[in-house]
Design a binder for this molecule. Structure first.
Ligand code: APR
Length: 230
């Protein structure tokens, strides 16, 4: 099967009721990003950051995958599909995608501050973390989120996946945050790229087909097109 690599951003979860970051009324309109999502911010006021992610977790558990998430699962019938997401929600997993690589962390997980390999999935009855939370070793924890100013550990494996892609798809991202935004430049020359976004960023690359639609409609159109390209 051909390798289909799909890079998603906040836009794919918009129709599940989860705010994007930079659209009107987006998350960064209501929160100072460097206070609630940066390494410096966490050092300065960890309790505020725990609270910020507790609120986003509470919102996430009431959200459901939408037709776009399910459309990516359907594509697994025709392609070897790898999702690479900037999103920290678990909607791709809940929709049934079998291969999901998170670049910016996972909201439903927490990580030991003493041992970065100690990562725990939060259960739906204990969604909150704080500076008082302790893991099984008695160590303090942080949200399992890649903050601004921090390295993106999964970027290298993500680059390799894009370099092997036969077809690359970008859905619902403003392509302004690096290194995630540079993945599109790792596509081998001549391989087709599709970009689904109702308000797409400018992309100066050949082989890009822009589908200027919301994800739920755009993915439906994409599936019909890709079925002719197996
Ligand atoms: N369907 C598809 N795309 C949509 C929809 C929709 N229904 N609604 C909005 N969009 C698009 C917007 O046009 C925009 O291009 O989703 C994109 C959202 O862009 P951002 O809010 O910047 O989100 P994203 O690109 O994922 O942000 C990247 O920034 O703050 C950090 O870590 C955070 O992972 C995030 C990163």
């Amino acid at each position: 099967m051909k390798k289909l690599v799909i890079s998603t951003g906040a836009g794919i979860s918009a129709e599940s009721g989860i705010k994007t970051f930079r659209d009107a009324d987006g998350l960064w309109e209501n929160y100072p990003v460097m206070e609630v999502a940066s390494h410096t911010g966490f050092l300065r006021n960890p309790e505020l950051i725990h609270k910020f992610y507790n609120e986003r977790r509470a919102q996430l558990v009431n959200a459901k995958p939408n037709a776009a998430h399910y459309g990516l699962v359907e594509l697994e019938k025709y392609f070897d599909v790898q999702v690479i997401t900037q999103n920290v929600d678990d909607l791709h997993e809940r929709a049934g995608s079998s291969k999901v690589l998170h670049l910016h962390g996972e909201l439903m997980k927490m990580q030991s501050l003493k041992n970065e390999n100690h990562v725990y999935t939060l259960d739906r009855d204990h969604l909150e973390t704080s500076t008082a939370t302790r893991d099984q070793y008695g160590d303090p924890v942080r949200p399992f989120i890649v903050f601004f100013e921090e390295a993106v550990p999964n970027f290298t494996p993500a680059m390799k996946l894009v370099q092997e892609a036969d077809i690359f798809v970008v859905i619902g991202t403003s392509l302004v945050v690096y290194p995630a935004a540079s993945l599109i430049n790792c596509v081998r020359p001549g391989k087709p790229i599709f970009y689904i976004d109702p308000n797409p960023a400018r992309v100066d690359l050949d082989n890009v087909t822009v589908i200027k639609k919301p994800a739920t409609e755009g993915v439906k159109e994409l599936i019909e097109t890709l079925k002719t390209m197996q």
